[in-house]
Design a protein around this ligand. Structure first.
Ligand SMILES: Cc1cc2nc3c(=O)[nH]c(=O)nc-3n(C[C@H](O)[C@H](O)[C@H](O)COP(=O)(O)OP(=O)(O)OC[C@H]3O[C@@H](n4cnc5c(N)ncnc54)[C@H](O)[C@@H]3O)c2cc1C
Length: 304
């Protein structure tokens, strides 16, 4: 029998790893958390208004509360990137970016998503120059300036609202005239004076000179004047660390898990944005629940 370092290694420091940690520690599983960006995606959100018990707070603040709570339970944390997860007989090897190789009986991964590009020519050509994906990260550079947001889900709308507080004008460009977002956000957006909805439109091309973007031309050939374009569309699961395990995935590359959060490989569990169980409803309350469920399933397996 191999000498294992841990019962459980949890990979990902996203919005719900704290609950998994809390549960795993309460079950007295010897566990380690390895994660790169503490707090994950939610920590980048300027305002969250749908987490129970919290009327309105920055995502980072909510994540700090999660962390304070979980720290009471005690666990080890390693702030690092994981390079790969491999299975060796009845246990897993987790290799980090600094070549630490750690062995555990069970692994839970929840490495979230990456922004999905539109794959438009203008986006690929000018990425980082006049186009980016994270308004929360870059919005402050555009104080009192005009920007364009492309998207139609909650993230695009909440980020447009965030930008409206900073920028002079926000054009929200969407290829349809209906949104796949919560109505309360849509209503807030419509009531915000400096957000202009540009519907049934798509960005077609960017023209520029030595000073920056001159015009943004839309599909209808209408032109907008703006300093930057933010893109907030769909995302792709960030599951490359388990590529060599050939796990079952759906047609959107989400890991298929059963009702206990177990993947197609025994002993490997996955939670939230990278899984199918989420029903693609990517919200923190759901992710917290999946993490707890995964930790509970590890506990049940460990008793067998
Ligand atoms: C701008 C924005 C606003 C949002 N607003 C809301 C909201 O108001 N309400 C709501 O309920 N939800 C909101 N969400 C959605 C919510 O944040 C996500 O559903 C949730 O964070 C997903 O959790 P996760 O743990 O699956 O992934 P993430 O939170 O993305 O966490 C993934 C973690 O894995 C780590 N990681 C990735 N790869 C590796 C690796 N190789 N090695 C080590 N660590 C790795 C990352 O650093 C990160 O810590 C928002 C999301 C965004 C982007």
């Amino acid at each position: 029998m191999t000498n294992l370092d841990y019962d459980l290694i949890i990979v990902g420091a996203g919005s719900a790893w704290y609950p998994a940690w809390m549960y795993a520690s309460r079950y007295k599983l010897k566990n380690l958390i390895i994660g790169a960006q503490p707090g994950g995606a939610l920590a980048t959100s300027h305002k969250v208004e749908n987490y129970p018990g919290t009327i309105s707070a920055p995502g980072k603040e909510i994540m700090d509360w999660f962390k304070d709570h979980a720290e009471q339970s005690g666990s080890e944390i390693l702030s690092e990137l994981v390079e790969k997860v491999e299975k060796h007989e009845d246990h897993f090897h987790v290799t980090t970016a600094t070549w630490k190789e750690l062995k555990a009986k069970y692994v839970i991964i929840a490495t979230g998503n990456n922004h999905r590009p539109l794959w438009a020519k203008w986006e690929q050509e000018f990425m980082g120059k006049w186009v980016s994906y994270c308004a929360t990260c870059d919005g402050m550079f555009f104080r009192n300036r005009d920007i364009i947001m492309v998207g139609w889900w909650n993230t695009a709308i909440t980020e447009a609202l965030y930008l409206a507080d900073i920028c002079k004008k926000v054009y929200l460009v969407h290829r349809k005239d209906t949104f796949r977002a919560e109505n309360s956000w849509v209503e807030k957006m419509k009531a915000t004076e400096n957000i202009e909805l540009v519907l049934n439109e798509e960005v077609e091309e960017i023209t520029w000179d030595a000073l920056g973007m001159t015009w943004v031309t839309l599909k209808s050939w209408k032109q907008l004047k703006a300093d930057w374009i933010f893109v907030a569309v769909w995302t792709i699961p960030n599951a490359n660390i388990v590529d060599s395990l050939n796990l079952e995935k759906d047609n959107e590359w989400c890991l298929i898990v059963d009702s206990r959060q177990e993947t197609s490989l025994k002993g490997l569990y996955a939670a939230w944005d990278i899984t199918t169980n989420s029903n693609k409803f990517k919200q923190t309350i759901m992710s917290a629940a999946e993490w707890c469920l995964a930790a509970n399933s590890v506990h049940e397996d460990n008793l067998r």
